[in-house]
Design a binder for this molecule. Structure first.
Ligand code: ADP
Length: 437
């Protein structure tokens, strides 16, 4: 993290840069915001207030020393203060408390002040709402007329344009009964395979289903479903998903001229594209939307989940090895932080299906998935063995389990959709989990 010269820092700033206080997310909070500054650095604040005063506050940032110093100092300055006063913390206050920063790093103090302010506003909005006082003007999205529609009010930190974008997105999402995100702690564990098969299984069970692929690292759904040559068609109302046998599919891959395009998009640009994409897709009325998210628990899946908002559940895909346990834990913590109920864990590549006799052999230590699910108090949804037919089907554009209804994949999907269909299968509401990362 040596993108700054510690020698040019005051002793206080150096201390906060090297040993940031209040660093890391809060498990339980009632105010939260994430802000990206013009320099591209992002800062995120959480706070928990009691009797109107900041009882706990914490932050994270992807910026280096100066950002850490500013976030840390901002958090220290507002602890114990009234939330209204904390919201008023200025860039200058942070710089003064740090004993100054080199000029080229002063913007980090502005980012910290803005992110903290947004978190305080978030808390104040919640408070007003719970007291029945609207925080802004009343306007529902175009679909519903519900006064509790999340697009009924402009958030304090939102510009009119951002509010309109959100309303537009909400108008689309209001017509979708359930939005389920498929997550994995890392790439290559079969997240997209599970997402595609889950969507297909739900569709075959008679539901109206959409499959949205926003895995910017390598949108693989078009390849898996044999849709590589498809290009998005527009209509007056927006972008039309590709309809394959009743399953509506939309992928970032349809926007790319070639697979390498994804890697050249930089952070803010990626999110701009995804945001645009989300609000413009004409899904119509759906029972379920399955979202194939970017892998990991970092900025990209976070932004995707935040942009979509109001997710109804997450399915976490893992592999059986012990080392995968850490990733699953992170994914569960990630969901709890975002308030997304964990529908359960799927263990993929669990055992090997012999292509000759069809018998399943455990070639890697197995049982990791059920064990972690139990430890973390979330449902275990099922295991999918490693099957050469699955890889082959994925490569040749036939990754729909319906091709072979008696395959291990088909049986696993059957089990999974039965479990996630029933009421009360999701874990207890977010914020109530208490384990750390
Ligand atoms: P991710 O989305 O996590 O990066 P993918 O779903 O793209 O992973 O899967 C990675 C590769 O592994 C693909 O080639 C896919 O066909 C293959 N694969 C996934 N699950 C299985 C399985 N159970 N058996 C055999 N191959 C699999």
């Amino acid at each position: 993290m040596e993108c700054f010269d510690l020698e040019s820092f005051s002793a206080t700033a150096r201390d906060h840069a090297v040993r940031p206080r209040h660093h890391g997310p809060l498990e339980v909070f009632d105010g939260h915001a994430r802000v990206t500054g013009p320099c591209g650095d992002t800062m995120e604040f959480w706070l928990l207030a009691r009797n109107g005063q900041v009882e706990k506050v914490s932050f994270i940032t992807d910026g280096c020393g100066p950002s850490l110093a500013c976030g840390s100092m901002a958090a220290c300055l507002v602890e114990g203060k009234r939330v209204e006063d904390a919201a008023g913390l200025r860039q200058q206050d942070i710089l003064e408390a740090l004993g100054g920063l080199p000029r080229e790093s002063e913007h980090c103090a502005l980012l910290a002040a803005n992110a903290l302010k947004a978190a305080c506003q978030d808390h104040l909005n919640h408070r007003r709402e719970s007291q029945g006082k609207p925080s802004g003007e009343k306007r529902t999205c175009d679909t519903c007329k519900e006064t509790d529609c999340s697009a009924s009010q402009r958030k304090k930190e939102e510009s009119e344009e951002e509010f309109e974008d959100r309303r537009k997105l909400q108008s689309r999402l209001c017509r979708i009964k359930r939005k389920i995100v498929v997550l994995s702690g890392k790439g290559g564990v079969g997240k997209s395979t599970v997402a595609a098969n889950l969507a297909a299984a739900l569709m075959l069970s008679g539901k109206r289903v959409g499959l949205l692929d926003v895995d910017i690292h390598g949108p693989s759904i078009p390849t898996m479903l044999g849709l590589e040559r498809e290009r998005i068609q527009g209509s007056e109302d927006g972008l039309l998903p590709i309809d394959i046998g009743g399953l509506k599919v939309m992928s970032l891959g349809f926007l790319l001229q070639n697979q390498d395009d994804a890697v050249i998009w930089r952070g803010p640009m990626k999110m701009g594209v995804i945001k645009q994409f989300l609000k413009d897709v004409v899904w119509g009325d759906l029972d379920d939307l399955i979202i194939d998210s970017p892998p990991g628990t970092g900025d990209e899946p976070l932004s995707v989940c935040q942009l979509i908002g109001q997710l109804d559940g997450a399915v976490i895909v893992t592999t059986p090895q012990k080392v995968a346990a850490v990733d699953v834990r992170k994914s569960i913590t990630f969901c709890r932080r975002l308030g997304v109920p964990v529908l359960g864990v799927v263990e993929n590549m669990s055992g090997f299906v012999c292509p000759k006799c069809g018998e399943v052999t455990q070639i890697l230590p197995s049982g990791g998935g059920p064990r972690i699910a139990k430890d973390m108090n979330v449902p275990f949804l099922g295991s999918i063995p490693m099957d050469p037919k699955i890889a082959e089907a994925g490569d040749s554009g036939r990754a729909m389990f319906g091709q072979d209804s008696d395959s291990p994949m088909a049986r696993a999907m059957d089990e999974i959709i039965t479990q996630i269909a029933g009421p009360g299968t999701a874990e207890t509401p977010p914020g109530e989990g208490s384990e750390g990362e």
